[in-house]
Design a protein around this ligand. Structure first.
Ligand SMILES: Cc1cc2nc3c(=O)[nH]c(=O)nc-3n(C[C@H](O)[C@H](O)[C@H](O)COP(=O)(O)O)c2cc1C
Length: 366
C-alpha cells in the first residue's frame, strides 16, 4: 500500500487522472475515464457560473464515479490600453489576410476563481468529489467551504516552495507539473524565476520534501511512463496530451492533424498565445515567438488573460477560412506518442495493461 493511499481516498481503481483541459476535455471524455476506473476531469476556467453548472451537471449525468472539476486561481494581469492597441495593430495584417477585423478592444476573458463567488457557490452546491486548482490557491474560506462540501482538493505545484504553500493551506494532494507538460505551466508567480524542473526531478523532490501525496504530470503517455513515476514516489499520474486525440475530446480537426504531424516533435513553452507560458505544438504562434514568422519581431504582449482574447479572435478568423496554422494547440513533450482516435475507456484500458506489464517486468528483474 502506498504512503497515503490516495487511490482509495479518491475511490479510484487505477492510478491515472485524465487531466483537466479547458476547451478540450469534455464531460463525455471525463465520464468515460471515470467510468473506466480512472479520474476524469473537466476545467470550468473558461465558463461563467451558469455554464460551469451546466457542464458539471452534464458530467454528473454521465457517471456515478468520482470526477474532478478544475479552476484557474491566477492573479489577473493589469489592463494596459496602449499595449493592447499595439498588440492588436501588430496582429492586424493576419486578421486582414482572413478578411476579418481584430477586436476593437481586448477583454479579460478568464476571470480568476480567487474571488469568483458565483462559481464558488456552484461548486459548493454541485458538490464535486474532487476539485483542482491551477496557478494558485483560493482564500482559506473557499478551501474550507469546498472541504465542507465533501471535495478532496488537488493543486498544481512546479517547485518545492509552491508545494509548501499547498501543504500550509490544507490541500490534500499535489499535482507535480514538470516542464514537459502540455498546456499552461501552473507556476503561481509568473514574474518569479522558474527553475523549470522536470517531472522526474519534481516528483522525487516532492515525494521526499513534503508530507502530501504526489500526482506526477508532464510528458507521461503510456503505462511504462506511469509505472516509472509511481516508482519515483508518485501515487497517481495525470495525463493530458495522451487524451487529446480521443473521439470524446473537443479537439478540432486542425488540432488532431497538427498533433499527428511533425509539429508534435517540436513543442515549445511560450507565453505568446495567452500572456502566460504554455507548452504548444509548433504553430504560427511558436514561429512568432521565435521571430521566424513573416510578421517579424513582436511588441510587448498584453497581460494574461487579456492577450488570449486577441489570440482567440485570430484563431477563429483563420479557422473560418480553413487555416489551422494559428490554433492554440497545447501539448506536452510526449506528443509524438499520441495514439490517435482511440476511445477514452479503451485508452485507459491500454494504459492499465501497460502499467501492469511494466510492473511485472520490473519485479522480474529483481
Ligand atoms: C490541451 C491541454 C489543456 C490543458 N488545460 C488545463 C486546464 O484547463 N487546467 C489545468 O489544470 N491543466 C491544464 N493542462 C495541463 C494538465 O493539467 C497537465 O499538467 C498536463 O497535461 C500534463 O502533461 P502532458 O500533457 O504531457 O500529459 C492542459 C494540458 C493540455 C495538453
Amino acid at each position: 500500500m502506498s504512503k497515503h493511499n490516495l487511490l482509495k481516498r479518491l475511490g479510484l481503481q487505477h492510478p491515472i487522472i485524465q487531466a483537466p483541459m479547458a476547451g478540450t476535455a469534455t464531460p463525455a471524455l471525463a465520464a468515460a475515464v471515470s467510468n473506466a476506473g480512472g479520474l476524469g476531469s473537466i476545467s470550468i476556467a473558461n465558463f461563467d457560473a451558469p455554464t460551469a453548472r451546466k457542464n458539471i451537471q452534464a458530467l454528473k449525468a454521465l457517471t456515478d464515479r468520482p470526477y474532478n472539476i478544475n479552476v484557474f486561481v491566477h492573479e489577473e494581469g493589469v489592463a494596459d490600453a496602449a499595449r493592447e492597441a499595439q498588440w492588436v495593430d501588430f496582429l492586424r495584417p493576419e486578421f486582414e489576410r482572413y478578411g476579418a477585423q481584430p477586436p476593437a478592444a481586448l477583454k479579460n476573458i478568464m476571470p480568476t476563481f480567487y474571488d469568483n463567488e458565483a462559481v464558488v457557490q456552484v461548486l459548493v452546491e454541485e458538490r464535486p468529489p474532487v476539485v483542482s486548482f491551477h496557478f494558485g490557491l483560493p482564500p482559506a474560506t473557499t478551501i474550507t467551504a469546498l472541504k465542507n462540501a465533501g471535495a478532496v482538493l488537488l493543486a498544481t505545484a512546479t517547485s518545492v516552495a509552491e508545494a509548501r504553500l499547498l501543504e500550509a493551506a490544507g490541500i490534500d494532494a499535489i499535482v507535480a507539473q514538470g516542464i514537459e507538460a502540455g498546456g499552461h505551466r501552473g507556476v503561481m508567480d509568473p514574474a518569479a524565476p522558474d527553475d523549470e524542473l522536470t517531472t522526474a526531478a519534481l516528483t522525487r523532490l516532492l515525494a521526499t520534501h513534503t508530507a502530501l501525496p504526489v500526482i506526477a504530470a508532464g510528458g507521461i503517455m503510456d503505462g511504462a511512463g506511469v509505472a516509472a513515476y509511481l516508482e519515483l514516489g508518485a501515487e497517481l499520474a495525470q495525463l493530458g496530451t495522451a487524451f487529446i486525440a480521443c473521439p470524446e475530446s473537443a479537439a478540432d480537426e486542425g488540432f488532431r492533424a497538427t498533433l499527428a504531424s511533425d509539429a508534435a516533435f517540436h513543442t515549445r513553452l511560450t507565453p505568446i498565445v495567452s500572456g502566460r507560458a504554455a507548452r504548444s505544438l509548433a504553430t504560427n504562434w511558436v514561429a512568432l515567438d521565435q521571430g521566424t514568422h513573416a510578421l517579424g519581431p513582436h511588441p510587448p504582449q498584453p497581460a494574461y488573460p487579456i492577450a488570449y482574447d486577441a489570440a482567440k479572435a485570430l484563431i477563429a478568423a483563420a479557422k473560418a477560412k480553413g487555416d489551422n496554422g494559428w490554433g492554440a494547440y497545447w501539448a506536452g513533450q510526449g506528443a509524438p506518442l499520441s495514439r490517435g482516435k482511440v476511445p477514452a475507456a479503451e485508452l485507459l484500458g491500454q494504459l492499465v495493461a501497460e502499467l501492469a506489464a511494466a510492473r511485472k517486468a520490473s519485479a522480474a528483474k529483481l
